[in-house]
Ligand binder design. Sequence first.
Ligand SMILES: NC(=O)c1ccc[n+]([C@@H]2O[C@H](COP(=O)([O-])OP(=O)(O)OC[C@H]3O[C@@H](n4cnc5c(N)ncnc54)[C@H](O)[C@@H]3O)[C@@H](O)[C@H]2O)c1
Length: 388
Amino acid sequence: MKIGVIGAGSMGAGIAQVAATAGHEVYVFDSNAAALERAQANLLATLNKLAEKGKIDDPTAKAIFGRSFFMNDMAAFGETGLVIEAIVEDLAVKKAVFKQVEGIVSADCILATNTSSLSVAAIASACQQPGRVVGIHFFNPAPLMQLVEVVPAVQTSHEIAKQAKLLIESWGKLVVMAKDTPGFIVNRVARPYYGEALRILEEGIADIATIDWAMTTLGGFRMGPFTLMDFIGNDINYTVTETVFQSFFYDPRYKPSFTQKRLSEAGWLGKKTGRGYYDYAEGAENPIAQQNKELGEVVFARILMMLINEAADALYWRIASRDDIDLAMTKGVNYPKGLLHWADEIGIENCVHMLDALHTEYLEDRYRCSPLLRKMARTKQTFYGKQG
Ligand SMILES: NC(=O)c1ccc[n+]([C@@H]2O[C@H](COP(=O)([O-])OP(=O)(O)OC[C@H]3O[C@@H](n4cnc5c(N)ncnc54)[C@H](O)[C@@H]3O)[C@@H](O)[C@H]2O)c1
């Protein structure tokens, strides 16, 4: 099957590399000639590097490059079985492109969007055959990240969603199915990792280095929240939070933080600008964690409880299955354990107590315990089997 990709930016180029590596002829279209040139040159450089490191052999590298075509029109999409769109995150622009591409592709071509935050239903509504439109959400960098969220819209036919899942699995990816709701699984469930860390900082309970230390050393997370936000970019991370907050009709659980907004406005975007929560200049002095175990445990437990609550609520609202929620967080963002597994280990009743203690303290809706956890505690259930 031939694959089309619209947009030769970071995501489009990465997705094209994945599809070409899986053996497909790939046609990449971008409205910007410079983006096409850059993507083609980057692909060549990446493949050469992989060959140098011995990860692939020379003929394979050449073959992958040889079946990747970079074009300034969409004519070749007439022969594709799947077109994945990865252009600017703007609903009006995406809808216009979907309308246009549907006039070129064959009747059985699947049309997919890589959107992170827009409604797949809204994008599909631009098409004559909205049943063939599906969300296929890769993570950055697409060639390295194992997880892909497949997101059927309300209009998507069951058959198309199934085909999309099977095809992406055949590319060696781990696919989870998610409901067409803001943030899908990962970008929703992960919000408290940043948001609660920021809240703890803003309240003066602990400083950035101590919070990062607590989450890595005591919690086993690969990167502390502030190091991770600096790595992702405070502009990008802030925008995702703000979009999720707005899309959830301003649910206080997702409320963005002024600290991060100001950092963004100041241009302290993180590693990429040399300054974020931390200073990345050579020889810069950065805060050192107070390795106070008692404080660290408080910080870790609070952030973890908010993550568990979010994961439980995603299950409660049927955003995804239990297994897919846990897989998404362990494979998508490398959490040390699935959050629902973790809840079982801690004990559902204990989770409810800790969340209720936060709620009692603050009397904010942000700390409301998921009805699912409360019901499970009452009926003595666990996520992965009955207790006792
Ligand atoms: N960057 C991420 O971490 C990430 C992760 C998952 C999903 N996404 C989503 O993937 C999409 C692309 O993101 P990105 O980071 O690759 O963006 P990017 O800015 O790197 O690339 C977008 C590309 O689309 C091209 N483009 C814009 N409008 C176009 C049009 N009308 N027709 C053809 N080409 C057009 C631009 O020239 C640019 O090359 C967005 O929907 C984004 O939300 C991004």
